[in-house]
Design a protein around this ligand. Structure first.
Ligand code: GTP
Ligand code: MG
Length: 469
């Protein structure tokens, strides 16, 4: 189908082998399933990757193999030359004659979508010096008559972009630098705006795509905030029950219940992380050998508490101690055997120890007979610090996933950042959050309206964090 007949813009990403074409497609189409590798010739066939939102395609990109025999193709075209306004017909004739010619497999693959109407995105790696072999490639692309732009990528640190720009200038209307390894919404929008300029008929569609794209980003934030709210709600209001075999509970039963309660919370966190990955189109993170996540840093570790939890001073600010917090309450706040974290962890957060007592997440209650059985019960979460640890961790995870380029294929390691908390949590935010945390603690639950306002608060925090990326 010709581009003018489709409702969304279509572009073919082409160039020399191993220059980052697939990385660029991954990044622009937000697709982490595409093969990206430093072995030249990784992409063997043309393949279309549409960016879809609610079933509607925003734009579609073709990943293609690199040119292999550009000079021979150009020689063939020249030997069949006609008038300049009909050169695209010669390219079409080349395709018709060479469809089954294995020598030109890659050229046929990459030229086909262009001759079907796709715009051209020509990728070069400006960390290598300009090479004349590209001239034949650019010349062939010119023969197709399709609108085109060049993207300058930097696979390594060296920079030969000045000489590349001079060479590309003779062939392309628009030349832009693009880093597929970085997620930057402005960079992405800039590319879309360049696409809009390429051909007058495309402007309206591409502008609409930009609107959709911005709207989609907004949606991803909203959906993330909803997932985080659900996690907080489930985790903090959860009540874990253990049926007892005998009349009385022994220490083993209590320990078993505590472990189950913790396991539930860990699973909820992991499930939400997976949901966040889906929202941000990182479907393949778990195919990695090293799973992404806080595997090295358990939800109930002191390290977690020191990085994400509140300090004693901050706990006092939250108003957690105002009113009648006595007896068990104080123990739940600072831990039965109130402990200060050791020097090693203190150092991580600049000498301020965080308070947590994971032994004291909630009281263990022995319940009366139910269906002839006795139950032990734990929950809802009473620990004042836990909500901040859980929330800090999921916010951090969301930011890491959202900031990850879809072109990356290494496993994501979470480098802990002890300054993260300062980026989102201040006294005001803490006070607003505490209102909800208190409600969950009380076991009264939360109505939809209150959950919605918590979600709005989380969304605001996420937006702020994302803007700083
Ligand atoms: N550091 C860095 N590496 C990049 C960048 N772009 C691509 N790479 C790496 O360069 C290698 C080649 O990238 P691909 O996207 O597979 O290249 P391609 O042009 O599709 O290659 P073929 O399919 O073989 O033609 C991969 O190892 C990428 O991770 C970049 O901007 N920065
Ligand atoms: Mg490729």
């Amino acid at each position: 189908m010709k581009q003018t007949e489709t409702k969304h813009p279509v572009f073919a990403v082409v160039g020399h082998p191993n220059k980052g074409k697939s990385a660029i497609v991954s990044s622009l189409a937000m697709d982490d399933s595409i093969a990206v590798s430093n072995i030249p010739g990784t992409t063997y066939r043309r393949q279309s990757y549409p960016l879809k939102v609610d079933g509607k395609i925003i734009y579609e990109l073709y990943d293609t193999p690199g040119f292999q025999r550009a000079r021979q193709v150009l020689a063939w075209l020249k030997s069949h030359d006609v008038s300049a306004d009909r050169r695209h017909e010669v390219v079409q004739a080349f395709l018709n004659t060479h469809r089954d010619d294995s020598r030109f497999h890659d050229e046929v693959e990459l030229l086909t979508p262009i001759m079907e109407g796709a715009g051209i995105i020509y990728v070069v790696d400006a960390s290598k010096p300009y090479g004349e072999e590209c001239e034949a490639e650019m010349e062939i692309l010119r023969w197709t008559g399709q609108p085109s732009m060049a993207l300058i990528n930097h696979i390594d640190k060296e920079d030969y972009s000045a000489e590349w720009k001079r060479a590309l200038g003779g062939y392309f209307q628009i030349i832009r630098t693009y880093n597929p390894m970085q997620t930057d919404m402005h960079q992405q929008i800039a590319i879309l705006e360049s696409m809009a300029q390429l051909r007058e008929e495309w402007t309206v569609q591409v502008k609409a795509s930009i609107e959709f794209f911005l709207h989609y980003r907004e949606q991803m934030l909203e959906r993330s905030a909803a997932a985080i709210t659900r996690l907080m709600h489930q985790a903090l209001s959860h009540v874990e029950r253990l049926a007892l075999a005998s009349e009385n509970a022994n220490e083993d039963d209590k320990a078993r219940l505590k472990e189950r309660y913790k396991a539930y919370l860990r699973t909820e966190e992991r499930t939400t992380q997976a949901e966040i990955e889906r929202i941000w189109h990182h479907e393949h993170l778990h195919a990695e050998i090293t799973p992404m996540g806080f595997e090295q840093m358990d939800l109930f570790s002191e390290e977690s508490a020191s990085v994400f939890g509140l300090t004693r001073k901050e706990l006092l600010i939250s108003g957690a101690t105002t009113g009648a917090v006595t007896g068990a309450g104080v123990d739940l706040l600072f831990g039965g055997a109130t402990f200060l974290l050791g020097g090693a962890i203190g150092a991580v957060v600049g000498g301020v120890g965080a308070y947590v007592a994971f032994d004291e997440l909630s009281e263990v209650k022995l319940l009366g007979k139910r269906l002839g059985k006795r139950y032990l019960e734990m929950g809802p979460m009473q620990n004042r610090n836990f909500p901040y640890i859980l929330l800090g961790r999921i916010l951090y995870y969301t930011v890491m996933v959202a900031a990850r380029s879809h072109a990356k294929r290494d496993s994501l390691t979470i480098a802990m950042d002890s300054t993260f908390k300062e980026r989102w949590l201040d006294e005001k935010v803490q006070k607003s959050l505490e209102k909800y945390h208190k409600q969950w603690r009380s076991g009264k639950g939360m109505d939809d309206e209150m959950l919605k306002s918590y979600e709005a608060l989380i969304e605001k925090i996420l937006k702020k964090l994302m803007e700083e990326l």
